[in-house]
Design a protein around this ligand. Structure first.
Ligand code: SF4
Length: 412
């Protein structure tokens, strides 16, 4: 048990030493025998007319694993206290519903009821999510004196360190990410501790090009400020605050895109200030986390190794890393982002969320006739139990008995 030196706030960053007491429940609620079987059999399974391949890396990452375990430990440690999450613990509906079942309340988002930050007292426990919270929010919890359980992932903390260093050294952070994603809001807020430090968030190469155009002297100031109005620090002045730039990224972005954006911005700065002055005007570190990278690489590998007809990508619809897995898959095959097995209506019809859509849509004829090779992967916030249910559903759609299947696999 680790306690902060802050007198009014207890801050726990390493759980409560209750791992052994929660591990059984975690196994029961999130693991899958079918997935274990797949892992032990070359990630491949013949299922009627389907050949299933599952990616070599998929599902829960180390940060998510840890955040969930600490949430369960927190419930054990404080059985009689009110426990709150700032918002979703991770972007997976199954996991968040489990939090609700455990009596953990949400302060924001679709699982929130009536409680807000203003209703908290020093008696309450607040669990900070894997993607962290913004500086102001953390300050408020500390002022109230809440007991804090911090599950912020080490890879996110690593990005914060970069951004803090940029701010300290007078560099504006240019962050490749989604400005309204919890992690990016927390990351960009790290500049707040340094007076006169700034940030700008770019979503993709198109937005990076707009910034580069401005650096080259071709942009329109009012237009740029309007376009990025939600994605810049207060009082951001592109004439001043694009002179020294440090690149960082939300840990779950497309790694290839992040690298390309950093390279593009570096080129713009080189062209403007010259190679000899580049170090004074530009810094860059790749802050994509290894778990994100591994999951993205594993899809590429699977798509190169097997003739995948259809890719199923499982994860919450607001999960950034899951969406990127769909984008990678789409480059080579038909890919469908679904959040659980109930989306697979039949062999003719499924419900999924296209990358470019805010809504889920129904797709007819999603499977080819005859023998079909199906690839499966899942975002870093998707539990194995949800992946196993998809495999079971693919059996059920062909009238294969799940019990027989489990029996054949000696898993019943
Ligand atoms: S995706 Fe990466 S940064 Fe985010 S929680 Fe997982 S390991 Fe940590």
């Amino acid at each position: 048990m680790q306690q902060n030196t802050n007198k009014s706030t207890q801050l726990f960053r390493r759980g409560f030493g209750l791992k052994n007491e929660v591990v059984g429940t975690l196994e029961q609620e999130y693991s899958s025998k079918l997935v274990e079987f797949l892992k032990q059999h070359d990630n491949t399974m013949e299922l009627g007319r389907f050949t299933i391949h599952i990616a070599e890396e998929f599902g829960f990452c180390y940060g998510v694993d840890r955040a969930i375990e600490y949430a369960y430990q927190t419930r054990k440690q404080f059985p009689d206290k009110r426990i709150f999450l700032t918002g979703e613990l991770i972007h997976n509906p199954h996991v968040n519903r489990k939090m609700v079942e455990m009596g953990i309340k949400f302060l924001s988002g679709s699982y929130a009821e009536k409680d807000t930050l203003d209703s908290l007292t020093a008696e309450d426990v607040v669990v900070l999510p894997a993607f962290g919270v913004a500086v102001d929010e953390l300050k408020r919890f500390k002022e109230i004196g809440c007991i804090l359980v911090d599950t912020t992932c080490g890879s996110v903390l690593n990005v914060w360190k970069r951004v803090q260093n940029y701010a300290r050294d007078g560099f504006t952070s240019i962050i490749h990410g989604k400005w309204n994603h919890e992690e990016t809001r927390a990351t960009s807020s790290q500049t707040q501790n340094y007076p006169e430090s700034h940030f700008i968030v770019v979503l993709d190469m198109q937005e990076a090009e707009m910034v580069c155009d401005y650096i080259a002297g071709n942009g329109d100031k009012a237009q740029l400020l309007d376009h990025f109005k939600n994605a810049i620090s207060p009082n951001f002045d592109p004439d001043v605050h694009l002179e020294r730039l440090g690149c960082a990224n939300q840990t779950t972005m497309l790694s290839g895109e992040s690298l390309a954006i950093a390279e593009r911005i570096g080129r713009a700065m080189r062209e403007k200030y010259g190679e000899e002055n580049l170090a004074t005007h530009f810094r860059s570190f790749d802050t994509i986390c290894s778990a994100t990278q591994d999951r993205q690489d594993a899809i590429e590998k699977m798509l190169n190794e097997y003739p995948i007809d259809v890719m199923i990508v499982i994860g919450g619809y607001n999960s950034s890393n899951t969406t990127h897995l769909v984008e990678i898959s789409e480059q080579k095959t038909s890919a469908y982002h679904i959040d659980d097995a109930s989306c697979l209506f039949s062999v003719e019809e499924l419900q999924h969320k296209p990358v470019t859509s805010r809504e889920v849509v129904t797709k007819k004829n999603w499977l080819p006739d005859g023998e079909v090779v199906i690839g499966i992967t899942a975002g870093a916030s998707t539990p194995n139990v949800k992946i196993g249910e998809i495999v079971a559903r693919l059996a059920q759609l062909q009238n294969l008995s799940i019990d027989e299947l489990l029996g054949e696999l000696s898993l019943a």
